[in-house]
Design a protein around this ligand. Structure first.
Ligand SMILES: NC(=O)c1ccc[n+]([C@@H]2O[C@H](COP(=O)([O-])OP(=O)(O)OC[C@H]3O[C@@H](n4cnc5c(N)ncnc54)[C@H](OP(=O)(O)O)[C@@H]3O)[C@@H](O)[C@H]2O)c1
Length: 258
């Protein structure tokens, strides 16, 4: 789309960067001069993403590492490896998210609750904590968390996920206040449905797609690039005085009375 923020030389770690919004973010970030590290659980997806990113940036600015972000020891190893490879960390984008469709909260299995909270909320906390330690030493940095409109509205099947995302937005505010003195800004974005594999079961069904889009004043679903543009603005020096905020990326859906 031709919109650019100056990310030249910045080191950006994107969790869940092997596909969907994370991969789009990684592509745009390397196009704009950043050095990018991505993690995901599956090596195969990471290798495909590496190939796509190196085609844009060459091998020198790309790193991939298999990591489960809810496992503290794996997160420690990831941050050590990124710092060893690139020498600094300027931006963390906590993009990993997962959902397992849940019945009502009261009917959900506590094991399901734990799994969804672990990956979405605990994983974001573990990564943010390590990033803050590295950024404090340099006296600057940015953390951007990917939330969801499910944190703002009770959506069928997304109950536990919505609670986890609301926790991520609270974490965003707490970290923003704690870290402002170190010149570290912490913000979140909350998209409505984005056309990725994560939500394909909904948007690939014509009837469901029609129903969802009819509730969006903009008249279409979000593309990964719609989210990536907003995140990379928050990652850039242009956003140095913005912290503790959640930006909804929803084509007007949340404010509309439809
Ligand atoms: N798509 C939507 O409609 C939508 C709407 C609102 C918000 N969001 C949020 O946007 C973010 C990105 O979503 P997306 O649609 O791009 O999802 P996606 O296409 O499913 O991609 C998820 C990425 O996260 C990785 N991942 C999943 N669990 C992981 C774990 N435990 N540890 C490390 N990596 C993990 C996946 O790779 P592996 O499977 O190899 O681990 C993949 O790279 C998420 O936070 C999601 O909640 C999405």
């Amino acid at each position: 789309m031709g919109m650019r923020y100056d990310l030249e030389g910045k080191v950006i770690l994107i969790t869940g960067g092997s596909r969907g919004i994370g991969l789009e973010l990684a592509k745009m970030a390397v196009e704009q001069g950043a050095k990018v590290a991505i993690c995901a659980r599956k090596q195969e997806g990471l290798e495909a993403a590496r190939t796509a990113l190196e085609a844009i940036a060459g091998a020198g600015r790309v790193m991939v590492m298999a990591t489960h972000i809810a496992e503290a020891d794996q997160v420690d190893r990831l941050f050590e490896a990124v710092l060893e490879r690139f020498g600094q960390l300027d931006v963390l984008i906590n993009n990993v998210g997962m959902n397992l469709l849940t019945p009502s909260l009261t009917d959900s299995d506590p094991a399901l609750w734990k799994k969804i909270i672990d990956t979405n909320l605990n994983g974001t906390y573990l990564c943010s904590r390590r990033a803050a330690q590295a950024m404090r030493e340099r006296g600057r940095g940015k953390i951007i968390n990917i939330s969801s409109v499910a944190a703002h509205r009770a959506e069928p099947g997304l109950g536990v996920y919505g609670v986890a995302k609301a926790g991520i937005e609270a974490l965003t505010r707490v970290l923003a206040v704690e870290l402002a003195q170190h010149n570290i800004q912490v913000n979140a974005v909350a998209p409505a449905m984005v056309r990725t594999g994560f939500s394909a079961a909904f948007w690939s069904n014509e009837d469901i797609h029609e129903k969802i889009v009819s509730a969006v004043p903009a008249g279409r679903l979000a593309e990964p690039a719609d989210v990536a543009h907003a995140v990379l603005f928050l990652a850039s020096d242009a956003a140095d005085y913005i912290t503790g905020q959640t930006l909804l990326i929803d084509g007007g859906r949340t404010v509309a009375s439809l």
